[in-house]
Design a protein around this ligand. Structure first.
Ligand code: GLC
Ligand code: MG
Length: 659
């Protein structure tokens, strides 16, 4: 491997000896405060993509020759700021022209939760000039578990197409699909054997095109899951690489001689899934690196051919009209070229032995500086496409390290996932306020925040957090400043399922629990499949917890979710402001302000199991008596701010004036 990788020291990472974050990335701040994000971004983008403009001009002149009337129309479409990305060339039906999702009026888009909700028609909706990824909710679909269309017990793309209407009805405008690419499914699609084809389990490329067309026709967006760190061991690149030391693809992966005459691995590195990160290949006797399972060999990003091959894959999907990517395991892209042993973690748990990932401090296998060059390369690829193409990165890191993935010049991810709510297990008002401020104050200037409660790698929030809080946590997710990501089923409060060993699918963790089929109806297999043997069992609670039942129930989580999604279209929820009114052990109260319009909202959450009464009259810009706009319980009407009563785990949203 080339020597172009710089190691980030523990100190530079802003981590003290306890692994806590101790400072902000101040250099980044100093460099960035002079120019606004919008200015900087648009300058960069225009420089990089001059050829696009030149092409655009050429096209315009040509069109003018054809007729002024047509030219005016087409030019408007090309130059319009919110123009959608080009559609798939192989589209069977042409997608209607779309624009950035427009907010719909409160009366039609939001089912009534309380009297106050239905009174909210006067509120001005979100400005349509904002980038779509700032105003959207991202909805993660685990494709194998969403909807089966062909009766094989596995969810598939056609099933998802049939459910786009439902997703849209939630007020969600963006779907992120966990991997649907060709894969032996050793790690449920995160082991890809062909980056540019769809696995027959899910359908084919034409189905993906249909899904894109369906989404775009509704002003919705599609994010694909992109897994650049490793391929499947069945990928033709690896099959060729392992053949011989002189294979043309040898250096596309990380190969090294073992120690002790080849009888032990090249160093002490441990895979995320446990055990040595090296596996010996008998063809050559060398070892290959895999930061996850042995079926997922790591690509070598110090090889320029690999960098370009992966950029080509991004282009393949962008050319087909995909709006962006969720990018997997980005902290693992590069490792120490000298393959030095990693130090033992003095804080590893008692039951974490030598094969356990936390046994070592991963100073040589995580967050190498060179990774940022690779990501900047992807940003350049995305920025050369019309429309706002988007990427979000997955990395579970300390706050100062994660912030680096916005990029020194905000030229990497639109945002890295913020997992601090997802990993939280201390639900108090004061702690949640700290978590929120930790992100907002450490974020580089011009950065955009985001929030996540669950995903396919972590137990469901409704099972992890106290049950009585589950609704309030969705209120939190959807009212904090920035883009929320909802894991499918959170909107109906799906819970973990204990999957018997005989039906186990996940080879590397206890993640089947949160991956079980979507609960649509009270009918057989919860309406997920007509096969009596779905790939994972359906939750026992499905007859009560499902879309059908909750749609007809005004007090359900689903009804509340739709109301919250409607609430997010108000200007107060589309900026990044957040002002704490109260942060005690029991209660967190914060204000979201809309600037000039005076349409301010206050969100209050009671994290405790007790009924509490709090005085919130110190909130600036609110009269002494306010209307309840929305509640997780059945509270409606007006409330005196000096005496706000909340039930256990209740969340309330107030508006500053009577609407
Ligand atoms: C990411 C995925 C996880 C997968 C791993 C290896 O963390 O979210 O599901 O197992 O990467 O690709
Ligand atoms: Mg199927």
């Amino acid at each position: 491997m080339a020597d172009n990788r710089a190691l980030i020291s523990e100190e530079d990472m802003g981590v003290d000896e306890d692994g806590e974050d101790v400072f902000l990335p101040t250099k980044m701040e100093e460099e960035q405060h002079k120019v606004s994000f919008t200015e900087k971004f648009s300058n960069k983008k225009s420089k990089r993509c001059i050829w696009f403009i030149v092409l655009g001009f050429g096209a315009a002149i040509f069109i003018i020759l054809l007729g002024v009337a047509i030219a005016v129309t087409v030019e408007f479409t090309i130059l319009k700021k919110d123009a959608q990305p080009p559609r798939d060339f192989n589209a069977t039906t042409s997608a209607p022209a779309t624009s950035v999702p427009q907010s719909t009026s409160k009366t039609t888009s939001t089912p009534s939760v309380s009297q106050a909700t239905s009174q909210a028609t006067a509120v001005t909706p979100t400005p349509s000039s904002m980038e779509w990824w700032k105003t959207t909710i991202i909805y993660q679909i685990y494709p194998r578990s969403y909807q089966d269309s062909d009766g094989d017990g596995n969810g598939d793309l056609v099933g998802i197409i049939n459910r786009v209407g439902y997703v849209n009805s939630l007020g969600v405008k963006t779907i992120w699909l966990s991997p649907v690419f060709k894969s032996p499914q050793r790690d449920n699609g995160y082991d890809i054997s062909n980056y540019t084809d769809i696995d027959p389990l899910f359908g084919n490329l034409a189905d993906l095109t249909m899904l894109l067309n369906e989404l775009h026709s509704k002003g919705m967006h599609l994010l694909l899951d992109f897994v650049p760190n490793h391929t499947s061991d069945e990928h033709p690149w690896f099959v060729e690489s392992r053949q011989s030391m002189s294979s043309s693809k040898r250096d596309w992966y990380v190969w090294a001689d073992g120690r002790n005459n080849g009888s032990s691995p090249p160093n002490n590195w441990i895979a995320v899934f446990g055990g040595s990160a090296w596996t010996k290949c008998n063809i050559t006797g060398q070892y290959y690196l895999h930061q996850f399972s042995e079926f997922q060999p790591d690509l070598n990003y110090s090889n320029r051919e690999v960098v370009l091959a992966i950029e080509n894959v991004l282009q393949f999907w962008l050319n087909r009209g995909v709006d962006g990517f969720r990018i997997d395991a980005v902290a693992h892209l590069l490792e120490d070229p000298q393959l030095r042993d990693e130090p033992i973690n003095p804080n590893h748990g008692q039951d974490c032995g030598t094969g356990c990932y936390d046994y070592l401090i991963h100073s040589y296998t995580r967050n190498y500086m060179g990774i940022h060059d690779v990501i900047r390369g992807w940003r350049k690829v995305l920025d050369c496409y019309p429309g706002d193409r988007f990427m979000v990165g997955e990395a579970y890191e300390s706050v100062s390290t994660i912030m680096m993935y916005y990029g020194q010049d905000l030229d990497e991810f639109n945002f890295p996932f913020n997992f601090f709510l997802l990993t939280n297990n201390n639900w108090t008002g004061i702690n949640v306020d700290n978590i929120v401020k930790k992100w907002l104050t450490n974020m580089p200037p011009g950065g955009w925040p985001n929030w996540v409660l669950g995903n396919h790698d972590n137990h469901r929030i409704a099972s992890k957090a106290p049950q009585y809080l589950a609704r309030a946590l969705n209120v939190l997710l959807l009212t904090l400043p920035g883009t929320p990501t909802t894991y499918y089923g959170e909107e109906i409060m799906m819970t973990n399922v204990d999957v018997p060993d005989s039906q186990r699918q996940d080879l590397y963790g206890d993640r089947d629990k949160e991956r079980t089929p979507m609960q649509w109806t009270s009918g057989p297999q919860a309406g997920f499949t007509n096969n009596s043997n779905p790939w994972l069992p359906i939750a026992d609670n499905y007859t009560m917890v499902n879309v059908q039942v909750e749609t007809n129930d005004k007090t359900s989580m689903l009804t509340l979710y739709r109301a919250l999604a409607g609430l997010r279209t108000m200007p107060a929820f589309t900026n990044s402001g957040y002002t704490t009114v109260m942060n005690s052990t029991e209660v967190l109260a914060y204000v979201r302000q809309s600037g000039g319009s005076g349409q301010n909202f206050m969100v209050v959450v009671n994290f405790s199991v007790n009924h509490v009464t709090v005085d919130l009259s110190s909130a600036v810009g609110f009269p002494s008596s306010v209307q309840i706009y929305l509640s997780t319980t059945n509270h409606t009407g007006s409330v005196t701010l000096s005496q706000v009563s909340l039930d256990a785990g209740e969340a309330l949203v107030f508006h500053s004036s009577i609407l």
